[in-house]
Design a protein. Structure first.
Lengths: 266, 521
């Protein structure tokens, strides 16, 4: 079996396990290429339908192109979209000048926590991948986060042979990661093969493109002339720059992402 | 299988034998390390006033870097000219064995790393044993830190010899044993001038010689039902083909319910003309008769249905903090089935590093031990013996909601537990130990009848003897009858090791049975 087929089948298997095991599920859709691919895979798993809502955490700093793309695709694919916002923090003027750690934690992590609490979701699909960044490389497919929204990365239960841990305490929510073993290049190859429409910001204009999508103040485009999916695939085969190089929050301090993630960041 | 299939490699071995360093080296030498990652590691090392440390590539957590250990398994990616690889770094500390197992269970092949100066250590052996219990057979051994021992051929040969002997005892034949220095790059991507006496491949060529996950499409069909969806007025049986191939029109049988029908369609979103699915594919089936079957049932063909197991004999490694106890209920998860089971007998407890039997007929298995156990199932499930079909021959045990152990099935019993008589041919069970021949019947809970080949009866008559470890008075009685029938001598003894009966051809009387107080028959 070809690698892409193997990855696709593995993701479908994970989706179906989660759907069988958890009642209150939702999928986090960041509008980026990974979670859009994840959404496509959910439709594959459930024969064209998406039997749970999509949650977008809107920090209010997202690029308008992302928001327009989100609303267009949600309508076209007929998915239920739930927008989460930490309105109080936004009203009080939270922005990266307060510190990137503080801002990410307030607008993203707490934004997510609020929407989980409000809707009572017990399981949430996240499109993170092992090859993105060090602390994500340590993740399990089914990953429990306790009532304080914390990840106990020092003592994770074993996971083997596609037997996932699915009985967690009532105060726990579980994060399900159907894309863990995909690489950035796999994602683009799959987007190419399946012709998945992705957000236009990924494609170069005036010598720049976004390799990873985030909030406007903290996300910087890379120098690139890749204007098509094929050109992006070619670029990735020669680049020596990591995917998240343009994401300022990753680089502000040592172990920043580990700290953010142990508190519930995606 | 395309040659670009990704190969998943786990790197196992004792703590400090250089796993994380080797991974850094593989990355560096294959040009797979992004410059920025390299600079980030350089910066962190400089801030901490240490030399450049490749280990930081995998040990990303602060605790790991500060304590110089790998806590959890990490996955990362590199590529050679031949194909892409996923590298799984498995922690070498004993207390993180569950993380090692998590990593190793996902691998197609393994590098077993051993420090050339230190030689084989506790976790080297334990990891090798776990790899074998996980069914991994593609293993390359890397003898690391050759620079520390002056690239000496004799020392390398010593370590190689010691390792090969141990690996053989757990059923692993390494494809290559390669002398390397991960820190200095010898024999990793290119041949080292410092080991002119070594004529084998470099580590990377050894990896390139492995094959990706074996093709199990040729095995009989196994399609465990994962879920049943009732959408748009149809019933879709969702699942993954674990082995074999399923086609529209096939006559199929569900196990253990025994229900039977034909496949109407094989469905996948975006593939309207699909007519078959092969091993590894997740699809949906619609059936000619819309049967009521539940998740956990396994579809096979009329010619080859998986066994309806009521009892399972398995080799199991235990990762639970609380011991596994005989008689206590656990949930056994095999493919998509979940069944309450009890360990009806713990036939042997073994030290997972030395492979020594700690105890026979035990009543518990402690953390990190391996055991041979007979499980009684609360209801029958479809199962295969591991050697016949690995996908349906392995399981995990769930204790209180978490995976606490994993095992492979050695034997499936289909009769009601304790019911039905099994005929056992004694010479088929014969094992030879340093102190003589023995046959172990302690794992046989039910009624038995014995049989003996003429050749084996002759050997005994000529003076050989065999010690039979027995479980019950019923077995003793049947052995006595057998001895009587073949004109052999039977001596019964009970010591701290359990009950034993010795069968031999010597002596005048045909049957003598003793206990501590003297002859009883």
């Amino acid at each position: 079996m070809e690698s892409l087929d193997e990855l696709e089948n593995q993701s479908i298997y994970i989706f179906r396990e989660a759907y069988r095991k958890f009642k209150d599920l939702a999928m986090l859709w960041s509008i980026g290429k990974d979670s859009t691919t994840m959404l496509w895979l959910a439709r594959k798993a459930f024969f064209g339908r998406v039997p749970f809502p999509l949650v977008h955490i809107d920090t209010s700093y997202k690029h308008p192109v992302m928001i327009a793309y989100r609303d267009r695709m949600a309508k076209e694919w007929g998915v239920e979209l739930v927008i989460g916002r930490n309105s109080q923090a936004i009203r009080e003027g939270m922005d990266p000048t307060k510190g990137r750690f503080v801002c990410c934690n307030a607008l993203k992590t707490q934004g997510l926590q609020q929407i989980l609490d409000e809707h009572g979701y017990k399981g949430i699909f996240l499109g993170i991948r092992w090859d993105e960044e060090g602390s994500r490389a340590k993740e399990r497919v089914f990953s429990p986060w306790d009532k304080n929204f914390e990840w106990n990365y020092k003592d994770q239960p074993p996971e083997m042979w596609d037997q996932f841990n699915t009985s967690f305490g009532p105060e726990t929510h579980v994060r399900i990661h159907p894309l863990l073993s995909w690489t950035e290049l796999d994602i683009w190859k799959y987007i190419h093969r399946e012709k998945i429409p992705v957000c236009p910001l990924y494609f170069a204009g005036e010598g720049k493109r976004f390799r990873s999508l985030g909030c406007v103040p903290c996300n910087f485009p890379i120098d690139s002339t890749a204007g098509t999916v094929e050109e992006i695939m070619r670029e990735l085969q020669v680049t020596k720059t990591p995917e998240r190089a343009g994401r300022a929050q990753d680089h502000e301090a040592a172990y920043m992402m580990q700290k953010l993630r142990s508190l519930g960041y995606m | 299988m395309s040659e670009h299939d990704t190969l998943r490699i786990v790197i196992a071995g004792h703590v400090d034998h250089g796993k994380s360093t080797l991974i850094g080296r593989l990355f560096y030498d294959t040009g797979s390390l992004p410059e920025e990652r390299y600079r980030e590691i350089e910066r962190t090392c400089r801030e901490q006033g240490r030399p450049f440390e490749f280990a930081y590539l995998m040990d990303a957590l602060q605790e790991e870097r500060e304590q110089n250990i790998t806590i959890d398994t990490a996955q990362t990616f590199f590529r050679t000219k031949k194909r892409p690889y996923i590298i799984i770094d498995a922690p070498g500390h004993k207390e993180f064995l569950k993380n090692m197992v998590t990593g190793a269970a996902a691998a197609d092949a393994a590098i077993l790393l051993v420090d050339g100066a230190e030689g084989v250590r506790e976790q080297t052996r334990r990891h090798a044993y776990i790899l074998s219990l996980l069914g991994l057979r593609q293993v390359v051994v890397a003898v690391n830190k050759m620079d520390r021992i002056g690239f000496r051929r004799d020392r390398f040969a010593e370590v190689e010899e010691e390792l090969r002997r141990f690996l053989q005892s757990v059923g692993i034949v390494p494809s290559f044993v390669v002398p390397i220095s991960a820190r200095e790059g010898d024999n990793i991507a290119s041949r080292s001038g410092r080991t002119p006496w070594f004529h084998g491949p470099t580590l990377l060529s050894a990896l390139d010689a492995f094959s990706a996950a074996c093709d199990i499409s040729d095995l009989p069909l196994r399609f465990p039902v994962q879920d049943v969806y009732k959408w748009d007025g149809k019933r879709i049986y969702a699942g993954r083909v674990e082995s074999g191939t399923i086609r529209a029109g096939d006559r199929i049988v569900f196990s253990p319910s025994g229900k039977s029908t034909r496949v109407r369609t094989v469905e996948k979103w975006g593939a309207p003309d699909l007519s078959a699915a092969r091993a590894g594919e997740c699809v949906g089936l619609t059936l000619v008769d819309e049967l009521f079957v539940e998740r956990g049932e396994v579809i096979g063909t009329a010619e080859d249905v998986p066994a309806e197991a009521r009892e399972i004999v398995a080799s199991l490694f235990w990762l639970g903090n609380a011991p596994l106890r005989r008689g206590r209920p656990y949930v056994l998860k095999l493919a998509t089935s979940e069944t309450e089971v009890t360990a009806s007998s713990i036939d042997e407890r073994l030290d997972s590093s030395t492979l020594e039997v700690i105890e026979r007929h035990a009543d518990r298995v402690e953390n990190l031990e391996v055991a041979n156990i007979t499980f009684t199932l609360s209801r029958p499930i479809a199962a295969d013996v591991f050697e016949t079909n690995p996908r349906l021959g392995r399981f995990v045990l769930d204790d209180g909601g978490f995976v606490a152990g994993g095992g492979i099935i050695r034997e499936v019993r289909t009769g009601a537990p304790g019911g039905g008589t099994r005929v056992i041919r004694l010479d088929a069970r014969l094992a030879t130990e340093p102190d003589g021949n023995f046959i172990d019947l302690t794992a046989e809970p039910g009624p038995v009848e014995f049989d003996l080949s003429a050749g084996f009866a002759d050997r005994l008559a000529r003076g050989e003897q065999v010690v039979v470890r027995i479980r019950s008075a019923d077995q003793l009685e049947k052995l006595a009858r057998l001895a009587f029938g073949h004109g052999l001598v039977l001596v019964f003894r009970r010591d701290e090791d359990g009950s034993k009966a010795t069968l031999s051809g010597r002596g005048e009387e045909s049957v003598v049975v003793y206990d501590e107080t003297g002859p009883i028959i």
